[in-house]
Design a protein around this ligand. Sequence first.
Ligand code: AMP
Ligand code: MG
Length: 415
Amino acid sequence: MTAGHGPASPAAADSRITVEEYQSAILAAIAPLPPASTELAEAQGSVLAEDVTAAVSLPSFDNSSMDGYAVRAKDTTNSSERTPTTLQVTAEIAAGDTASYELVPGAAIKIMTGARMPAGADAVVPVESTDGGTAQVEIRRDVAPGDAVRYAGGDAAEGETLLTAGVRMRPLQIAVAASAGRKVVKVRPRPRVVVLSTGNELTEPGTPLVPGRIWDSNSYMLAAAVREAGALAFRRSVVPDDPAGVLPALEEQLARADLLITTGGVSMGGEHAVVKAALSELGTVTFRKVAMQPGMPQGFGTIGEKRVPIFTLPGNPVSAYVSFLLFVRPAIAALQGAGDLRLPAVRATLTAAARSPAGRRSYLRGVLSGDEVTPLSGQGSHQIATLGRANALIIVPEQETQLPEGDTVDVLVLP
Ligand code: AMP
Ligand code: MG
């Protein structure tokens, strides 16, 4: 091992590892963020770090599931359109009414959906099966005990587990927590992810382009991809290819980062691979070749006292995006102690031939439509012209160099 080059040893750099080996190495190195108590309204996208149980039985009181009339079922026996039963209406109970009502035999109480059942009633006749009367009502159907009644505890018993630790707080999970009376939940927060692109050629979109320069797309793309993965993104403007400037720029971001992503500056053996040069010095970031295309040169490790995970993604936009989806997205989930965020996989039929270099797994941009998938033209890692139409990645396995039209392939569905 060369002095000062840490784990980025020549041996590691020469051998290629598989996508799965690399994913496992990353996940093994990521510790979940500590849980924190969070207002329910702020919990979206975070991952629950405790079980949520029902504080009371749900519902907590017997109530009507329909607008209608609370009755004793036996008072409706033999009621029909032709032989209706007439009952006196003695009260009306709206949803939210907390008073106690009592139904006397032979009467009915008008009741709204969600309103508390009066004592003595055991069923509700839906308004559609009556004449809708106010002083008295014509019941045109017989009902059985329990009809249109939601009993206390019928949904969940007190103490029952409604959400288990590890679930991501999406709208439905937030609804359940609120229904269980929770204002604050213990969650692993959304990770704060800093995105930083490097390259002397990069210019901010919105400023004029001079020959030799390109507009920076990676930092915008990755910040969006980070947010799409449910994390918080901070985009740091372009860092020049200056070995002395890269480390300070990264260190400056550490205070607000749970994860760092750089793009560019990691090409194989290039003397302008400034990110690789700067981080190799630290000895905590490992650079490897992953047997895939696009995105072969990858770097991952930790930086700073707090050992913040850092990904150094290749500079080509397509390589950076595919690398993000395969490696960074699962890492964001791992920071939250969750195992989700892997892309859903489907099988589809190729509508055109697909090519791939020998010994590397290709992820080709494609358009998935029903059970057919079409590779886009312009599959170079730098080619963005057709990228806007892609909704899937077509996988061509390592051992294949050409798949004919009509073959069935594995396809990853883009988020
Ligand atoms: P590098 O990994 O720095 O050698 O860059 C590889 C290729 O990706 C070069 O053609 C770069 O110009 C391009 N590239 C690097 N960073 C970006 C970026 N932020 N946005 C768009 N293209 C980039
Ligand atoms: Mg560069």
